[in-house]
Design a protein around this ligand. Structure first.
Ligand SMILES: [Zn+2]
Length: 564
């Protein structure tokens, strides 16, 4: 079905309660086929709810000025915690039902592990705080989307300012970074207050669940099912040990190429080359067409997938005023399809969105008929393996996207993958500090960020307003909206780099191993998925070390003077 034809039906809480109660009783039957029938019916009910939530979220983010969906989004923000409570009730009943053994043998035990994590991450007591949390994160998103920044005779959103921040003209670039800093500085009080409110709220929630602080609850809410805070800490340390020195060397080379002083000012981190960053060829439509060609030629599976996406209008990728920022991919379960949202702005980011969000969408498409839906999608860090590896599978089609700048793109992409790891680990480290010490004042938090910058990004000079004041984290929406999510990108990137290294040796084998991992969908944990593809456990530093070494070798082999 085409996206525009999919009807939005507001979830009716009272009716849902009634329907669910009826099935819950049957779920307690000692007869498995009766209990299983009730389970299937319950899954159908929640699929309907999730469909409404997705449709509303997508239509609201496509046009935040649409009053109908803005109001519906507000209604769902209010109602979702209660609906979530209904879902929890079902999970509770499932975990305690007489036929649990039969359920486990039919649907696998991971689902029940995840259910127990979800059960311990929620309590009715948390509902008022969760409602408040939703309001605060929505306030942050609205504030960021509302930016109207006068610049060079135009009025721009933060997204639209992006290309100017990468300008080849150092003065123009600096001006753009200062313009963005101006917006954030103007709203500094609001940005501090929203975050402080969130930290206090989440700390209260953690304590309500019997923990010392928010972190154990935060991990449970991310559904960490195969690694601990200590594993993550060791992973971050491996990044400091093996990746930071490489990234630092790459930035020193960049400073030389740009004829800019090292350490770099924030404004000098963005163009990789004196001649600027690689630019996609042609219009947004041309980029879309190149994306279609890529998926058509990559494999029969991706070919069928992309045709469906175009036929059913399941992509909204052009930037417009009123559209929410960022990019995402979500599922519309009743219609068994994914949806891709993005904001094209004429940079290589557009291509990355197409390949990255396309990777998520392909995984959603591949798993669309797996029942129950709990088994369709793995935890977040594994979902990011789908997307970040797909970005690398697109390399041979770089010519279609970038024409003569294809090699420049490949260099820039790989360098970005390496240099992202320290930044992502820093975002994670920062959040651990914040939630371990919830009474830090906003000023103290900024100081901590500045201290971490020296460890994770030694190539940065803290010399600009806002950016240099230890406040650069405030532009990272995940820190507000999805605590502890960010390290998932790093955990995934370390695996994607292992896939990249494989591709350099044997593309066909790399694709088969990747497709095997995608097909396992949500039936395995992150660690199991990585091992299933024959890769190194990401929490052992050897994998990161080897992939990083291979990437460095490749980068060093490139004659970058060609790109100047
Ligand atoms: Zn992603």
């Amino acid at each position: 079905m085409r996206f525009s034809d999919m009807p939005y039906i507001r979830p009716d809480k009272d009716l849902l309660e009634e329907q669910i109660a009826e099935q819950l009783e049957l779920l307690q039957s000692t007869d498995f086929s009766t209990a299983d029938g009730a389970f299937v019916a319950l899954e159908k009910i929640f699929s309907g709810v999730q469909t409404a939530v997705s449709l509303c979220y997508i239509r609201h983010s496509i046009n935040t000025e649409d009053a109908f969906y803005a109001a519906e989004q507000e209604y769902l923000d209010e109602t979702m915690p209660e609906l979530e409570q209904l879902q929890q009730t079902v999970y509770g009943a499932l975990a305690a039902c007489p036929c649990q053994k039969e359920f486990e043998s039919k649907y696998g035990s991971l689902m029940f592990t995840n259910i127990s994590i979800r059960l311990r991450s929620f309590s009715a007591e948390l509902i008022p705080s969760m409602q408040e949390e939703n309001k605060l994160t929505t306030a942050y998103e609205k504030l960021i989307a509302s930016a109207q920044i006068p610049f060079e005779g135009e009025v721009l959103t933060l997204v639209q300012l992006g290309p100017y921040q990468q300008s080849t003209d150092p003065m123009m670039r600096k001006k753009a970074w200062l313009a963005a800093a101006g917006f954030y500085t103007e709203h500094r009080q609001e940005l501090d207050d929203i975050y402080d409110g969130l930290v206090k709220l989440r700390t209260k929630m953690g304590r309500q669940m019997g923990y010392e602080n928010y972190i154990p609850l935060g991990y449970d809410r991310m559904e960490r099912n195969c690694y601990t805070k200590e594993d993550v800490q060791a992973f971050r340390q491996a990044i400091v040990d093996y990746v930071v020195p490489v990234a630092d060397r790459l930035y020193r080379q960049q400073a030389e190429r740009l004829h800019r002083p090292y350490p770099l000012s924030y404004a000098d981190t963005t163009p990789r080359f004196l001649s600027g960053n690689p630019k996609p060829q042609g219009t947004a439509e041309d980029i879309l067409a190149a994306g279609k060609k890529f998926y058509h030629e990559l494999s029969p599976e991706t070919s069928a997938f992309i045709d469906g996406m175009f036929e059913n209008q399941l992509m909204d990728v052009l930037s417009r005023k009123g559209k929410a920022g960022g990019g995402y991919c979500t599922d519309i379960p009743d219609y068994h399809c994914p949806f891709i949202f993005a904001n094209f702005n004429g940079t290589q980011g557009d291509v990355e969105v197409l390949t990255h969000e396309g990777g998520h969408a392909f995984a959603g498409y591949t798993a669309r008929d797996i029942f129950p839906p709990e088994n369709q999608s793995p935890t977040m860090e594994s979902c990011e393996i789908h997307s970040m590896s797909m970005e690398f599978f697109a390399w041979p089609w770089a010519e279609a996207f970038f024409g003569p700048e294809a090699d420049k793109y490949r260099y820039s992409h790989l360098m970005g993958a390496i240099t992202f790891l320290p930044y992502g680990a820093m975002v994670d480290h920062f959040q651990h500090i914040v939630y371990e010490q919830p009474d830090l004042t906003p000023e103290k938090r900024h100081e901590k960020w500045a201290e971490l910058t020296a460890i994770y990004m030694p190539w940065i000079k803290l010399d600009m307003p806002f950016w240099g004041e230890g406040r650069a984290w405030q532009r990272q929406s995940h820190i507000y909206g999805m605590p502890f999510y960010y390290i998932d990108y790093c955990l995934a990137q370390s695996v994607a780099l292992q896939f990249w290294a494989l591709m350099q040796e044997d593309r066909a084998a790399a694709w088969q191993r990747y497709y095997g991992l995608v097909r396992l969908a949500g039936t395995k944990t992150y660690r199991e998925l990585v091992l299933s593809a024959g890769l190194t456990d990401p929490f052992r530093p050897e994998g990161l070390k080897a992939a990083c070494a291979a990437a460095t070798k490749w980068l060093d082999r490139q004659d970058v003077t060609r790109f100047q």
